[in-house]
Design a binder for this molecule. Structure first.
Ligand SMILES: *[C@@H]1O[C@H](CO)[C@@H](O)[C@H](O)[C@H]1NC(C)=O
Ligand SMILES: *[C@@H]1O[C@H](CO)[C@@H](O)[C@H](O)[C@H]1NC(C)=O
Ligand SMILES: *[C@@H]1O[C@H](CO)[C@@H](O)[C@H](O)[C@H]1NC(C)=O
Ligand SMILES: *[C@@H]1O[C@H](CO)[C@@H](O)[C@H](O)[C@H]1NC(C)=O
Ligand SMILES: *[C@@H]1O[C@H](CO)[C@@H](O)[C@H](O)[C@H]1NC(C)=O
Ligand SMILES: *[C@@H]1O[C@H](CO)[C@@H](O)[C@H](O)[C@H]1NC(C)=O
Ligand SMILES: *[C@@H]1O[C@H](CO)[C@@H](O)[C@H](O)[C@H]1NC(C)=O
Ligand SMILES: *[C@@H]1O[C@H](CO)[C@@H](O)[C@H](O)[C@H]1NC(C)=O
Ligand SMILES: *[C@@H]1O[C@H](CO)[C@@H](O)[C@H](O)[C@H]1NC(C)=O
Length: 372
């Protein structure tokens, strides 16, 4: 299955050891999955999701209960992995980030507070997840924010004689797709290269029950459109971002649909609305339970390098160890820095997908020609 994808290029690549590889995962407050349950031998970095700036002061205000969570998070994980605070997220106020990006006073207050909070709780870095800048001016503001943030991080590190904090951002799956339908919108490439340690490319949610056709939520390829992981990652490189600053996103969840006609059940089949799961999304372990309990048909689709299952009029698109192995090999063929998962608690209890990603990444041939 999918063997055709393993073109020879995957076996002649070398990976520089000058930058350490990233194997990251986001952890979120809800649903509750204690940081202590994260198998840290599978990851290099764990993100705390999310904090949000206050809409009047533009600073991160940490309540006492959040403070306790932040302290527990770093106390639990810090010995084994690097930890970062992620700010924003899909449910946060995108307009507030635009206000911060446009206003020098607000930027300074925001940046200052992120550094203070990261240091106070022993984090190694900060991450911005602004979903999404919508205009060329907002993209410019984002570039300016990164520039001042990096300067403040270096200044703080110099004045305290500590390692500088890491600075990363979660970004759209593609550098130039959808967002650019009406304008020539582009992420601020130069600022990203100069100021960020890396970007987490959200290579998922490309199809979902919001459309009335089935489709792979995070298919590597799509012969009919640009809504694919490969298109998105290559667009970031074409846009000028250094491959070693690009980290590929991998979803630990599936998307579900209800088929209009259960006998029409391939990719692109007509649907009406979401299938099982919260708003049509299911944790990976729930997808496997669904497959097992319903005796679902499981199909690996070669054209998209994706997997889906269907049963009783429901259709589920997701990732499994086979598709993840192919994606990791693809990311390495592009010389990317690593991968990250959304999110902790959604993999199987024995971390099947995370383990596959780690072992696939390590199969890589190293600089000296050995196999790590
Ligand atoms: C954590 O992952 C490592 C590496 O795959 C594995 O050897 C170990 O058994 C796992 N530990 C737990 C508690 O799952
Ligand atoms: C700011 O946040 C407060 C508390 O969440 C909210 O009540 C208020 O409407 C927000 N103000 C603006 C301008 O968004
Ligand atoms: C928060 O914690 C501080 C210090 O422990 C304490 O003085 C303060 O009363 C607490 N605030 C609330 C709202 O519990
Ligand atoms: C910028 O933010 C500062 C601090 O919150 C505020 O006092 C000022 O009015 C803002 N300036 C503009 C032009 O919005
Ligand atoms: C934030 O600003 C205050 C006041 O200007 C300053 O004392 C403090 O050192 C700054 N903190 C950081 C982390 O830059
Ligand atoms: C699906 O949506 C498209 C575009 O919104 C619409 O043209 C089409 O009629 C819809 N098809 C079905 C089967 O609902
Ligand atoms: C995909 O994107 C390229 C530009 O990168 C564009 O030329 C092409 O028309 C797009 N294809 C589709 C099917 O939208
Ligand atoms: C599938 O379900 C059966 C019966 O409910 C259970 O015994 C088995 O362990 C399950 N297998 C997997 C792989 O979850
Ligand atoms: C490359 O792999 C070989 C064989 O496993 C190993 O001995 C060597 O230390 C590795 N080199 C690097 C730079 O990782």
């Amino acid at each position: 299955m999918l063997r055709f994808l393993f073109l020879p290029i995957f076996f002649v690549i070398t990976v520089s050891s000058s930058t350490s590889d990233i194997k990251a995962i986001y952890w979120l407050q809800q649903p509750l999955f204690p940081p202590s349950a994260i198998n840290t031998s599978l990851f290099t970095h764990v993100y705390y999701a999310f904090l949000a700036p206050n809409n009047a002061t533009y600073e991160l205000h940490v309540s006492n209960s959040t403070a306790a969570n932040l302290a527990t998070f770093t106390a639990t994980l810090r010995p084994s992995v690097a930890t970062l605070i992620s700010i924003g997220g899909a449910n946060s106020d995108a307009a507030l980030f635009a206000v911060i990006a446009f206003n020098a006073t607000a930027r300074a207050a925001f940046i200052n507070s992120t550094i203070a909070v990261a240091r106070a709780f022993g984090f190694h870095g900060v991450d911005l997840d602004w979903e999404f800048p919508r205009t060329a001016n907002e993209m410019n503001g984002l570039g300016q924010l990164f520039k001042e943030w990096r300067a403040a991080i270096f200044a703080e590190a110099a004045s305290t004689s500590r390692e500088p904090l890491l600075l990363t951002a979660a970004v759209y799956f593609s550098f130039d797709y959808f967002l650019s339908e009406t304008t020539s919108l582009r992420y601020p490439v130069c600022s990203i290269n100069d100021n960020l340690d890396w970007v987490n490319v959200m290579s998922y949610d490309l199809h979902g029950p919001w459309s009335n056709r089935t489709g792979p939520p995070a298919g590597l390829f799509d012969p009919k459109s640009n809504a694919s992981v490969s298109y998105g990652l290559q667009s970031w490189i074409r846009g000028g971002v250094i491959p070693k600053k690009i980290v590929m996103g991998l979803p630990l969840y599936g998307r579900t649909w209800q088929l209009l006609d259960p006998s029409v059940n391939g990719i692109g089949a007509p649907t009406f609305g979401a299938g099982p799961g919260l708003d049509g999304s299911m944790a990976l372990f729930q997808v496997l339970e669904f497959n097992n309990e319903t005796g679902a048909n499981v199909v690996h689709d070669k054209k998209t390098a994706s997997v889906y299952s269907y049963s009783g009029g429901y259709w589920v698109g997701y990732d499994d160890p086979v598709t993840v192995a192919v994606k990791v090999a693809f990311a390495q063929s592009l010389y990317l820095r690593g991968y990250f998962f959304w999110a902790a608690g959604l993999d199987t209890s024995d971390w099947k997908i995370s383990t596959q990603a780690q072992s696939s990444w390590m199969l890589c041939i190293n600089e000296s020609g050995g196999v790590n």
